[in-house]
Design a binder for this molecule. Structure first.
Ligand SMILES: [Zn+2]
Length: 395
């Protein structure tokens, strides 16, 4: 059931090629948003609109009953080093059934599968007993969850379930670690570098804290399912009037991955403990971000994205596993993602049951020669149609 026809496969492929050929860096999703909205209208969604931050929302269903939301982000990371690519990152070339290009796996292929899954439902004549929303989300890459927060809290679209189409190679994902970006600022006192004893070198203070953090990193909490929390210093900068002046401040960035049970407060307290033990004049704080979406919405917040897990025996996980099995003929593996997703908000903050299933391999995300198998995209579309019927029921 819901298998894409030859004609639909051709239309899908052209649509996905269009998406890949349309660059869509975060905060620059205007053109791809228009393309997505046009396709949703063409395949017969009941309603298609763009919300205040620029998410494209398509809805099919009676306008009452439970709400199921399918999520796919429209933005991609940059190309990186062009020399690392052997294909045109915006060429959408197809070879042996594999489509190449930036965003093909993360996650324009999955996004196209959501749209064509909905088309398969519409064409089948099945009447859902609740509403299916397919949402093309903005700015997932820099601040995952933010645009979903706007949709849920400001636009009032609060679903009963969220399915993330991020790549899982058609397996089922039920969580991932969280992340935080921390900023440590070390204070010193400048003096002429020929008389360092008169100053206080902020770099030396930072070095003591950093060595201590390296030791702390080995002792972080571990969750049997999500694995270990991690900590890495990823950037360091200092201020000094010139190269012959003792630096009076030094700032460094910590990338902190949070496993289950590691809260913002706990992660901050650990670093504060290190600073106190090393007896360095320094403070740690959560980094902040500011962006303006392509639609002109001003976004600001802190760099904290919680870990989340949905229990393996949750009805949403079981129903998703069943829908995949019904389509592909075998039970999918149930696992987790290594990267972070919009689930950081939907399950991590809002507590909306969230699960992931998508075509494409997680390891393809953000790489040169990123690619996806078209056959897997077609299968995913079928799974999305099947899952919507299983979750919402027929009315
Ligand atoms: Zn992604």
């Amino acid at each position: 059931m819901f298998e894409l026809s030859t004609q639909d496969r051709q239309a899908f492929t052209l649509f996905l090629q269009d998406l890949v050929r349309t660059p869509s860096l975060s905060c620059q999703e205007k053109v791809i948003a228009e393309r997505l909205a046009a396709e949703m209208g063409a395949v017969g969604f009941d309603e298609v609109w763009t919300d205040r931050i620029g998410n494209v929302v398509g809805r099919i269903g009676p306008g009452t009953g439970p709400r199921l939301l399918y999520n796919g982000h429209m933005d991609t990371v940059g190309v990186g080093d062009p020399a690392a690519w052997t294909r045109d990152p915006f060429g959408a070339e197809i070879e042996n059934g594999v489509l190449y290009g930036r965003g093909s796996a993360d996650m324009k292929g999955p996004l196209a599968s959501l749209v064509y899954g909905a088309k398969a439902l519409i064409d089948s004549g099945v009447k859902l007993a609740g509403d299916l929303y397919v949402v093309g989300v903005v700015q997932e890459e820099p601040c995952e969850g933010y645009a979903m927060r706007v949709l849920v809290e400001e636009e009032g679209i609060r679903p009963d379930w969220v399915v993330l189409a991020e790549p899982t190679n058609l397996q089922v994902s039920r969580g991932h670690r969280g992340r935080m970006e921390l900023q440590v600022t070390v204070r010193g006192r400048s003096s002429h570098a020929s008389m360092p004893e008169l100053g206080e070198n902020a770099i030396y203070g930072a070095a003591r804290i950093i060595f201590s953090l390296e030791l702390l990193a080995d002792m972080l909490a571990e969750d049997p399912f999500l694995g270990k929390g991690t900590l890495a210093v990823t950037r360091i900068e200092n201020t000094a009037g010139s190269k012959n002046v003792i630096p009076d401040s030094c700032t460094f960035v910590i990338d902190r991955r949070l496993t289950l049970g590691e809260t913002e407060a706990k992660a901050l307290a650990e670093v504060e403990g290190v600073i106190a033990r090393e007896n360095v004049r320094a403070e740690v704080r959560l980094a902040e971000f500011e962006y303006t979406s392509y639609a002109g919405y001003f976004c600001h917040g802190v760099e904290h994205y919680p870990a989340w897990v949905v229990p393996e025996n949750h009805a949403l996980v079981e129903t998703t596993v069943r829908a995949v099995r019904e389509v592909v003929g075998r039970r999918p593996a149930i696992g987790k993602w290594d990267f972070s997703t919009d689930g950081a908000y939907t399950m991590g903050i809002a507590g909306i049951p969230t699960v992931g299933v998508g075509p494409g391999e997680e390891t393809q995300a953000h790489t040169a020669d990123e690619c996806i198998r078209l056959a897997d995209c077609f299968t995913a579309a079928q799974i999305y149609a099947q899952l919507a019927v299983r979750l919402l029921g027929e009315g």
